[in-house]
Design a protein around this ligand. Sequence first.
Ligand code: 6LW
Length: 495
Amino acid sequence: MKYNNPVIKGFYPDPSVCKVNDTYYLVCSSMQYFPGVPLFESKDLINWTQIGHCLTRPSQIQLDKVNSSGGVFAPTIRYHNGRFYMTTTNDTSRENFYVWTDDIYGEWSEPVSVDQGGIDPDLYFEGDSVYFMSNGMDDEGIAGIVQCRIDIETGRKLTPSRSIWQGTGGRYLEAPHLYKINGWYYLLAAEGGTEFGHMATYARGLAPTGPFEPYPHNPVLTNRNLGGYEVQAVGHGDLVEDEAGNWWMLHLGFRQIGQWIPYHHLGREVFLTPVTFGEDGWFTAGHEGTTLTSFETDLIPEEIVQQEKKVYTFANTDWEKEWCYLRHPNPDHYALEEDKLTLKGTAISLDQADSPTFIGLRQKDFNAVITCDVSLSAGEAGITIYMDENHHYDFAIRNCTEGYEVVQRLNVGDLKSVVGNVKVSSDKATLVIQASNTGYRFLLGIDGEEIELGTAQTKYLSSEVAGGFTGVVIGLYAYGENALAQFTNFTCVYL
Ligand code: 6LW
């Protein structure tokens, strides 16, 4: 069969995966967005359904006023003795912790802190021992992948933190995952930074504590030498074995906006790459160590069909699972119904690293048409194509002295400008946004006609311009202390 990458589209970075019986579970980073750590399940590694989040209560994760691309960094999910564990970092407070649950569809525990620094924590269970890995500096001041043993009940360290592998010399050694496979301990990591130079590297040893010998042909997976190729920055990943004994890596990568246009705005997404173990116990990944936009494989049964949801509406999405807020929302400002969303604005605007009244869906593909009817009493309400507080395109209806107007505003760093402005005769407008790989068009629908207010290029919302670790989210928002807005007939159709 043939499957296409990415297998999870849109801003879902730093995937980690585990398998329990015949089901795979996957988590990823969520930064300043709440709830934290999206959680997916799959029966076939290709079709993933979001079943919830691990961090659903403010008591589990402090996000108040965290910086954009701070907050929740790369998680790891593991299963041991009937219990799921998810460990991650709050990068803003520089804290590593884990939560657990005995019911993957239920709530997760309160956080248990681990007093080891760095980011990208990992858990490895063996007998009664639990090893905790992260990147950073050990107790002696040696940088690398750092390891200690912990008491899993309390998170207390049982051994000093020790640097167990220093990588292959790439910058930003991170994303450690430790496994035991056929008698060897494999330590997988990422290096090169989460940009175009990103790569997966590994080493192996005969004990969980090392010493580790690097794979002689590192990096095992990278697209950094594929110039002009759509998929770039592959690396940070996690290994999983399927029912038939085949190995796979779920890892991040991004799609640049054009073959020769090295910008990406949809965030880092989840890719699936086959992994093959050789007789000598070393493994290789993908096509000559690269990830492809599609793989022909007989390792996945022919009858499995890759599904893709193309239309998103209020009725066919789950407010709790697929939508996200900026930092901790005030629930009183949101009324979520099957066919209607009501938002109450505040004085907090989209330009602030705070929690404006905002609820969003990640943009999953380049080509899309987003439509929504928006009505409001006062203030401003509409759709924002949002990367961070300094990089977003807003399309909104707002109250003005002589009634109402529809505005299209660009926010690109210090450049802020209203590029379109049309008076409307009522407090209601149909907003239409057409997205392509290179641009957005903003159209106002009146009496069955569409008037273009303006356009904006995608690249100014890309990580290469905005910086950071997130991707574009399509947000519905309200702004202004008296703003009360209703959103109906929302559709986002991917073409
Ligand atoms: C994450 C690090 C990374 O913690 O990006 O690509 C950081 N890798 O491992 C933020 O997502």
